[in-house]
Design a protein around this ligand. Structure first.
Ligand code: SAM
Ligand code: SF4
Ligand code: SF4
Length: 372
């Protein structure tokens, strides 16, 4: 295919034009497409909006995302039909798990309709996909039942502190943490289980919440996961001194509640799992900074306006919307995506600590745009 495609960052629609990598022949039915490191395409994250009602300091710092910030206009967002068409093509290429994210995905109007459309997709073997969503929990108490009825399997709720004042400071919102907890309860009652709770840890800011959070969620059936603060985007002023290594988190919790490691799958592995020795459930740690997991990274990311990013730390994405809204049929779309994935060699986290921050790096995409 000789179609010209544009690679852009999300703030600039005028872009350097670049030809797509060569389209590839498709893998045999049921076989995933592989990248240059033999990593299969297994997971797709779809960011459905770049808007959010929180201003978490590590993700959408208010000085960068203030009233002057220009969010994507609705006409530029992929429609639910376009997202579902793209998702079906990704499934042909090996995707078996789809996560909806944002921005805050529950702000996208009628998100249940999209969930219903994605839930109807089938793998080449006739199986449904694993369908999940990451949310800040603010609208969950209201929406959990409808999400479940539409076909969603599980949710991950982001929550960085139990203490109300610290929660407000981390997320820079006056939304009460008690209502996020109510959202978690509603998700569990609706059967969106197990509910995962993600806590981003910033040393010196909310690390004194590690034990209270562990104590609170032990024995509830919810899986609390601690995320190392990452240098995503270019606005959060990330500094390595604020990263609390997962090993230290495990040591702190283990001293209070003894832990034992649990089995983790190698491919697609992100969280390292630990179980409470007394049977009160499990926790996870996501150590993107101190223990890179690029070798098992099987994720592709579709932005709200249809750009395909292969790495969380990328600067530019491939404009799939041009193909989706152009004259490409599904086979051509699949061949284009196979070509993009087939040329992938991403390994940002493996080299992060050796790189000089800011030197030779383009502006990276923001987390609130691509969704993790
Ligand atoms: N708004 C939803 C939420 O907060 O769950 C979904 C989108 S949010 C960008 C997805 C996840 O990225 C959240 O769990 C959030 O905590 C995490 N995140 C955002 N910025 C981060 C950073 N700098 N380091 C680590 N995790 C980050
Ligand atoms: Fe919004 Fe989620 Fe980013 Fe917080 S982490 S600002 S809730 S998109
Ligand atoms: Fe995947 Fe990029 Fe993260 Fe490595 S740095 S695990 S390639 S998203």
């Amino acid at each position: 295919m000789s179609k010209v495609i544009y690679l852009t960052d999300h703030r600039s629609q005028a872009a350097d034009a670049q030809a797509l990598p060569h389209a590839r022949s498709l893998p045999a039915a049921g076989q995933p497409v592989l990248d240059t490191r033999a990593r299969p395409l297994r997971d797709l994250r779809i960011s459905v909006t770049d808007r959010c009602n929180f201003r978490c300091t590590y993700c959408m710092p208010r000085d960068a995302f203030d009233s002057n910030h220009v969010f994507l206009p609705h006409a530029q967002l992929l429609s639910f039909e376009e997202m579902t068409r793209a998702a079906a093509v990704f499934v042909r290429l090996g995707v078996r798990k789809i996560r909806l994210t944002g921005g805050e995905p529950l702000l996208r109007k009628n998100i249940e309709t999209l969930i219903g459309m994605l839930a109807a997709l089938r793998t080449p073997e006739g199986e449904p996909l694993e369908l999940t969503l990451t949310t800040n929990g603010s609208l969950l108490a209201r929406k959990a039942r409808a999400l479940k009825d539409a076909g969603l399997h599980r949710v991950t709720v982001s929550m960085d502190a139990l203490d109300p004042a610290l929660f407000a400071r981390m997320s820079d919102t006056d939304f009460p943490v008690a209502d996020v907890l109510r959202g978690i309860d509603a998700a569990a009652e609706a059967g969106l289980t197990p509910v995962k709770v993600n806590m981003v840890v910033r040393r010196g800011m909310n690390d004194d919440q590690i034990l209270p959070m562990a104590r609170h969620f032990r024995g509830t059936g919810h899986i609390l996961r601690f995320i190392e603060y990452m240098d995503v985007g270019s606005t959060n002023g990330w500094n390595m001194t604020e990263v609390l290594p997962s090993a230290e988190i495990i040591a702190r919790i283990g001293a209070a509640f003894p832990l034992a490691p649990l089995q983790t799958d190698a491919m697609g592995r992100v969280a390292e799992r630990w179980g409470y020795a007394d049977g009160a459930g499990e926790i996870g740690v996501i150590s993107s900074v101190t223990q890179a997991f690029c070798e098992g990274c099987t994720r592709a990311r579709l932005s709200p306006e249809g750009r395909l990013f292969l790495c969380l730390f990328a600067s530019r994405g491939y404009d799939l919307r041009a193909l989706i809204r152009g004259d490409a049929d599904d086979d051509q779309l699949a061949a284009a995506i196979a070509g993009i994935w087939g040329g992938r060699g991403d390994s940002y986290s493996e080299g992060r600590l050796a790189a000089t921050p800011g030197v030779g790096q383009d502006r990276k995409i923001e987390m609130s745009y691509i969704g993790g």
